[in-house]
Design a binder for this molecule. Structure first.
Ligand SMILES: Cc1ncc(C[n+]2csc(CCOP(=O)(O)OP(=O)(O)O)c2C)c(N)n1
Ligand code: SF4
Ligand SMILES: [Mg+2]
Length: 305
């Protein structure tokens, strides 16, 4: 496939309308706790749509279950609040049936890496042309504070220093399970755009979302989005996050992996970006190859008794 045919499926939607960020707010007011990191992600998403000039009727957001799963209701666009862990299959179906729409999937660390974990490798390797935004608060927020796959060992209750061996409700003697590394996972699975943001850095998060939405193929964006009610990680992230070095080569997967595996610093920014045909492009090419030789009625008739 040539670079000319690698154009993002979102390209024809760019700068079609001039709407302010708050015109992408729906009539439904967020019911998140005051101070929840998800507010920062939502306002960055409004800004990204506004700066890209996307017509609201051309955007669809799919989610699973969780506090973060409520996100689609708050955006003036189409939305599908599905069942737990199924944001990616929903988004995949929506995109394949409507390749001309901008499709995003959103959700939490539990939705993405526990119950929905089996979907991530396949969305990544297929390079389905959607953007997946994971609001990672290292806890199950909606169900009132159980350990998640990104919770650190020794998960603390609200107010205790980060990582101390106290407890979340499901781990009264401290969490003993090692956390996964979402960025490293997405890289190894073959996501073609991999980035990390922090909800307290809205300008940077807006840029990452814009890059993800306009990228051809599967964009994975992990956003640290603290849960003030059950696991307040704001101070911790302010301390340990820092931008990726300017010299980081975002086309070098091994370099990206090294940065993702750094246990001292949690880097923010664009880890990796690669151009390769998306699932939509591959499907259209397959259809073109089949051409008129393929007839659905004829195929069905072969299996008739
Ligand atoms: C099949 C199923 N199992 C369990 C639940 C209960 N449940 C609802 S949300 C949730 C976890 C949400 O955590 P996360 O995805 O991190 O989202 P957050 O609330 O932190 O944004 C669980 C276990 C459910 N709704 N459906
Ligand atoms: S419980 Fe946590 S994740 Fe849920 S809305 Fe409140 S602060 Fe946000
Ligand atoms: Mg969570």
């Amino acid at each position: 496939m040539t670079t000319a045919t690698m154009q993002s499926s979102v390209a024809p939607l760019l700068h079609q309308v001039q709407l302010k960020a708050n015109e992408y707010k729906s009539e439904v007011k967020p019911i998140w706790c005051p101070g929840c990191g998800d507010f920062g992600v939502l306002s960055a998403f409004y800004k990204a749509l506004s700066e890209l000039g996307i017509p609201p009727e051309k955007a669809v957001i799919a989610s699973g279950i969780g506090c973060s799963g409520r996100f689609p209701a708050f955006v003036e666009a189409y939305g599908f609040h599905g069942v737990h862990g199924r944001a990616l299959p929903l988004a995949t179906g929506i995109k394949m049936a409507n390749p001309d729409l901008l499709v995003a999937a959103v959700g939490g660390d539990g939705d993405a890496f526990s119950i929905g974990a089996g979907h991530l490798p396949h969305a990544a390797r297929r390079n389905i042309d959607i953007t997946y935004i994971v609001m990672d608060n290292e806890i199950y927020g909606l169900t009132k504070g159980q350990a998640s796959p990104t919770s650190p060992v020794g998960l603390s209750p609200k107010g205790a220093p980060y990582g101390e061996s106290k407890a979340a409700k499901s781990t009264p003697y401290g969490n003993t399970d090692a956390p996964i590394n979402p960025i490293a996972m997405a890289l190894v699975y073959g996501a073609s755009y991999v980035a990390r943001g922090f909800s307290s850095k809205p300008k940077e998060v807006t840029e990452l979302i814009k890059r993800g939405l306009t990228h051809t193929g599967f964009s994975f964006i992990q956003i640290y989005s603290p849960c003030v009610t059950f696991y307040d990680t704001y101070d911790h992230y302010k301390e340990v996050t820092k931008p990726l070095p300017i010299a980081h080569d975002r086309h070098d997967k091994i370099a990206a992996l090294k940065m993702a595996l750094d246990s001292e610093q949690l880097y923010l920014g664009e880890f990796y970006s690669e151009e390769r045909p998306s699932m939509v492009q591959n499907a259209l090419e397959t259809r073109a190859k089949a051409g008129t030789k393929f007839s659905l009625p004829e195929l069905i008739s072969r299996y008739k008794a």
